[in-house]
Design a protein around this ligand. Structure first.
Ligand SMILES: [Zn+2]
Length: 256
C-alpha cells in the first residue's frame, strides 16, 4: 500500500522515527510520499529519503500557510529540490484561508507559479485546499498551460465540491484520510461513492488526523488500514479491492 501524504520529518517523530517507518513497512505500507511544507524542514526530509530510498518519496513546494512576505524567494529555493532523486511531485501547494486571510492574493500567485512549474516538468501537484476552493479553482482555470495531474489531499468536502473539482481538473485524485472515519463527516461519506474507487488515493497526513480508534493521538502511516476499511465500507467493496485499486491510483499519479 502507499501512504500518499505523510510528514515524518516533523518533530512529533523525533523520538522514534525509525520505529514508525519500520512499523509501516511491516504493515504492508511499502511506499510513503512526504510533501515538504517549509524551508526549515527541508534538510531532514532529504536525510530520511536518503536512508529509505525504496520506501520514501518526496514532494517539494511552499505550503500555503508558509506563504508570507518572502514567498517568492522561498518558493524558488524549494522548487530547486524538484531535480533531486526520489522527488515525485510538486507539493504541497494550494490555498488555506482557515487561520489567516492576510496573504490571500500572494497564496494565489504562489499556487499559480507552482502549478506552472509542475506543468513544465510534467510532475503531478499535491493540492492543499482549506476554506479556499473558489480561489484554488480560479487559479487552476487561469493556468495557460496543460494542467498537471493533481491530488486534492485531505479531501473532506461534499458531493458538490467533488463535482466542481472533477469538472475543473481532468486528471484528478482525491486523498482520503482519517477524517473519513469520523462519525460527523457526513458530507464526505456521501461524496465517496460519487467520487468512486478510480479516483481515490489513501493517505494519513500523519502526525495529524489519526483515524478512529486512534483519534486524538499522534497519527502514523501504519494506521492507513483504518482509513482503508472505512472507504471499503462506504463503497461496498472488500478491503483487498480498495487496497489494490488505491495503490494502482497512487502509482498512476506519482509514477511510483
Ligand atoms: Zn500535509
Amino acid at each position: 500500500m502507499t501512504d500518499t501524504h505523510t510528514h515524518l520529518y516533523l518533530p512529533e517523530f523525533d523520538a522514534d522515527r525509525e520505529d514508525v517507518i519500520l512499523r509501516a513497512i511491516e504493515a504492508g505500507i511499502d511506499k510513503m510520499v512526504m510533501p515538504n511544507v517549509d524551508i526549515e524542514t527541508a534538510e531532514l526530509l532529504q536525510a530520511i529519503r536518503h536512508d529509505y530510498p525504496e520506501h520514501i518519496f518526496t514532494a517539494w513546494g511552499l505550503h500555503p500557510t508558509s506563504v508570507d512576505y518572502s514567498w517568492r524567494e522561498n518558493t524558488t529555493r524549494l522548487l530547486q529540490h524538484l531535480d533531486e532523486p526520489g522527488c515525485v511531485a510538486v507539493g504541497e501547494v494550494g490555498i488555506d484561508l482557515y487561520w489567516d486571510t492576510t496573504y490571500r492574493d500572494q497564496q494565489m500567485e504562489c499556487l499559480a507559479m507552482q502549478l506552472s512549474e509542475a506543468s513544465t516538468r510534467r510532475l503531478p501537484a499535491i493540492i492543499h485546499c482549506r476554506n479556499g476552493l473558489d480561489e484554488t479553482l480560479d487559479v487552476i482555470s487561469q493556468l495557460h498551460k496543460p494542467l498537471p495531474k493533481m491530488v486534492f489531499h485531505s479531501f473532506t468536502g461534499s458531493e458538490e465540491d467533488a463535482a466542481r473539482i472533477l469538472s475543473a481538473v481532468p486528471e484528478v485524485f482525491f486523498g482520503i484520510n482519517g477524517v473519513v472515519t469520523f462519525k460527523n463527516a457526513r458530507d464526505l461519506h456521501a461524496a465517496i461513492p460519487t467520487i468512486g474507487i478510480d479516483r481515490i488515493v489513501l493517505e494519513t497526513d500523519s502526525p495529524y488526523l489519526a483515524p478512529v480508534p486512534h483519534r486524538g493521538k499522534r497519527n502514523e502511516s501504519a494506521y492507513i488500514t483504518n482509513v482503508c476499511s472505512k472507504v471499503s465500507e462506504l463503497l461496498g467493496i472488500t478491503t483487498e479491492e480498495t487496497e489494490r485499486m488505491t495503490d494502482l491510483n497512487a502509482r498512476k499519479l506519482f509514477l511510483l
